[in-house]
Design a protein around this ligand. Structure first.
Ligand code: SER
Length: 316
């Protein structure tokens, strides 16, 4: 076990943070991974380790945490996602943007060695190529979440070139997981559908049946994140954020896969949901060849393995 790494995970209670904290604690030891959030976590007590209240918009609060831990690594996961962001665009911009800048500045001041910050497929927009969307192309996001992630990517690259800060980032697709609830995104249907399939045998999707989106199972997302963080710095050619792909499917295709386990499962489709326009502006599939080349990324879970694993774990 590596000692004294002092890692902060900010936004530790969210969908990604919940799993990432446990994973990092198993690698670095519980005491070295400080879970930070604006809410107290309800972890399994056996997995517990240090917790701090942190609001990335309160600089004094943030400074105290940096002073106390002098973190060597920081994971900044606190964000407002695509669907929730549209309900309060200024708050989403403030948290996603000023939260990032505050954290980057303290990382510089306190000598943090490595930083992780997630971006998203939301950085793409209606004029980006839809199929196998490349790393570099037209990017015209039209959600405040996407705008803040694209601007954040530019800041990450800027801090890397200007100040030498070792920031690493991935453009996550929709993340599917069973341990913690999703946080107000457009891709959340792909989680709700499993809960409803098991509880009610039916689900009403807020996206149309033919809306294809890039998705990934959380196990792959966590593994990829750690692999990127462990990759030698000199191998990394992208300092904005890496395209990252798992699988792509539509609600119709996912429902058919669930029916292989629950034959009576029924899906219906709602109308006029504002999340449809967001989903329609995003890629259908992602070209992640740069991640494959630079840090040897390989997807583990496909649709059938992910579906089987979700149903198995949610049933327990
Ligand atoms: N899952 C996210 C969302 O839907 C995309 O990054 O907002």
């Amino acid at each position: 076990m590596l000692m004294q790494e002092n890692i902060l995970v900010i936004g530790a209670n969210g969908q990604i943070g919940t799993e990432l904290v446990n994973h990092l604690r198993s690698v670095y030891g519980s005491d070295n991974v400080v879970a930070c959030d604006i809410r107290r976590p309800d972890y399994d007590t056996k997995n517990a380790g240090p917790f701090e209240f942190v609001n990335v918009l309160e600089k004094e609060n943030l400074r105290q945490i940096y002073q106390k831990y002098k973190p060597k690594q920081v994971y900044l996961l606190a964000a407002i996602l695509s669907a929730t962001g549209e309900q309060n665009p200024k708050l989403a911009w403030d948290l996603n943007m000023n939260g990032l800048l505050n954290v980057l500045d303290f990382c510089l001041e306190f000598g943090t060695r490595k930083i992780y910050w997630p971006s998203s497929i939301a950085v793409f927009g209606p004029n980006s190529p839809k199929q196998q969307t490349p790393q570099f192309c037209t990017m015209d996001p039209n959600t405040v979440y996407g705008i803040s992630k694209l601007a954040g990517e530019r800041w990450c690259e800027y801090y890397f070139h200007k100040y030498g800060l070792d920031i690493r980032s991935i453009r996550y697709p929709g993340l599917i997981s069973w341990k913690a609830a999703p946080g107000g995104g457009t891709t959340d249907y792909a989680i709700h559908i499993f809960h409803d399939a098991l509880k009610k045998g039916k689900y009403q999707s807020f996206l149309s049946g033919d809306t294809e989106l890039p998705m990934m199972y959380m196990d792959d997302a966590i593994r990829g994140t750690i692999e990127l963080m462990e990759a030698p710095a000199e191998n990394l050619t992208i300092r904005s954020s890496y395209n990252f792909a798992g699988m792509s499917f539509t609600p119709e295709v996912l429902a058919a896969e669930i029916r292989k386990h629950i034959p009576e499962f029924e899906i219906s489709y709602g109308e006029n949901d504002p999340r449809q326009a967001i989903a329609s502006s995003w890629p259908k599939s992602i070209d992640d060849s740069q991640a494959q080349k630079d840090w040897n990324w390989k997807t583990g879970f496909d649709l059938s393995r992910m579906t089987a694993d979700m149903l198995l774990n949610l049933k327990r």
